[in-house]
Ligand binder design. Structure first.
Ligand SMILES: *Cc1c(COP(=O)(O)O)cnc(C)c1O
Length: 362
């Protein structure tokens, strides 16, 4: 059977992805901001990685070593960065696979230096500061500066690439002028302490992009690490540029049942297959369609959006998604294939679900 006839399928339009890469790279470049292209959101899907590799980015990055290895095996020529603080237990792999890593612990920095020495390599490090989001990063600027000085003067197999911050991941803290100025001042203090300029001052992820686009990003911030906005063309906090493609990814699923049914379940209500009490609105008898695709494939059914006007996602179980098609623009029948837009959060599941066929359109 041809892969194109197999469902569910996720197709990436590489032309649209390339347009997103070019559009954002050019706009960032106008503000002297370079891009680290983050591919963890699609599990380093080879077609996506190759497109990113050809896009002239500063680094390609993932939070996981297995994805860095996959990229090495694909022969990427762009430098690679590990964007999760490394574990002691993976440092030999980290220095073998990555040109750079993010760091926030002096003990790990020393051990990374030792691993790089064993491998006969120089490994670059980006020291992370926590400016309130409460995920990774040094909490005290002094502690970070002391670590920077030690890297610079004593850890001879490490190169201090710069400083970075992560926001809006755990604490949902919005990147703004105040925290970006904080990062810029920290960069200045590090430079004073080590007596040379640092190359990279990394102001966060997709949620920081809006400041580059509206011209409010402080000049000293010269890098962003972008996942979501490159892939799906937008990010939270109203970063919804009008020049990106939102539909580079298309999810297709086949209808396996379509009939009129009540909209309110019949019988005694208990809990659903996931132990939760459902909420159902009684809208009378409605036309419903089931597609062969479920939570196991995409995670949360709020992250898939039907393209056909009038089609609504009602809910899902592991292997089924239930749609209201009463108001569908076109008639829906068993055997039809329906298309969905996908939010960023579902891509990580879809790209590693063994039941989903991945297709790349050149
Ligand atoms: C995942 C991640 C990113 C990319 O985040 P997006 O929101 O997808 O742009 C950047 N930096 C770090 C440290 C990350 O873990």
């Amino acid at each position: 059977m041809n892969a194109r006839d197999r469902y569910p399928q996720l197709e990436v339009d590489l032309g649209k992805l390339k347009e997103n890469l070019t559009a954002l790279r050019e706009r960032c470049q106008d503000s002297f901001v370079g891009i680290v292209g983050v591919v963890k959101g699609v599990n380093a899907w080879d077609a996506v990685v190759k497109t990113y590799d050809a896009a002239g980015l500063q680094y390609l990055a993932s939070s996981r070593c297995d994805q860095l290895r996959k990229m090495r095996e694909l022969g990427v020529t762009t430098k690679l960065m590990l964007i999760r603080i490394p574990m002691y237990s993976e440092l030999d792999e980290v220095v073998a696979l990555a040109d750079a890593s993010v760091q926030s612990d002096l003990g790990v920095l020393r051990a990374t230096d030792a691993a790089a020495a064993r491998a006969g390599k120089t490994h670059s490090v980006l020291l992370m500061i926590d400016l309130g989001d409460l995920r990774e990063g040094f909490w005290s600027a002094e502690e970070l500066i002391d670590a920077a000085v030690e890297v610079e003067t004593q850890l001879t197999h490490l190169h201090l690439l710069g400083v970075g911050v992560n926001l809006s991941c755990y604490g949902s803290i919005r990147p703004d002028k105040r925290n970006m100025q904080g990062l810029a001042s920290l960069a200045f203090e590090v430079e004073q302490a080590i007596g040379r300029p640092i190359e990279m001052v990394s102001g966060g992820a997709s949620t920081s992009t809006y400041m580059v686009l509206d011209g409010t990003m402080p000049g000293r911030i010269n890098n962003l690490r972008l996942g979501e906005i490159l892939l799906v063309g937008r990010a939270n906090y109203g970063c919804d540029p009008d020049f990106t493609n939102r539909d580079a990814f298309t999810l297709r699923a086949e209808v396996i049942e379509c009939r009129d049914k009540p909209s309110f379940p019949v019988g005694q209500l208990t809990v659903d297959a996931f132990g939760r009490v459902g909420h159902y609105e009684d809208r009378g008898i409605r036309r419903r369609a089931l597609v062969a695709l479920g939570k196991v494939d995409y995670g949360d059914c709020a992250d898939i959006v039907p393209r056909m006007p009038g089609v609504e996602v009602l809910g899902a179980s592991s292997d089924h998604t239930i749609l209201d098609v009463e108001a569908a623009k076109e008639q829906v029948r068993v055997g039809d294939v329906l298309e969905f837009d996908v939010n960023y959060g579902s891509l990580v599941n879809l790209t590693e679900s063994p039941g989903v066929t991945l297709l790349a359109k050149e």
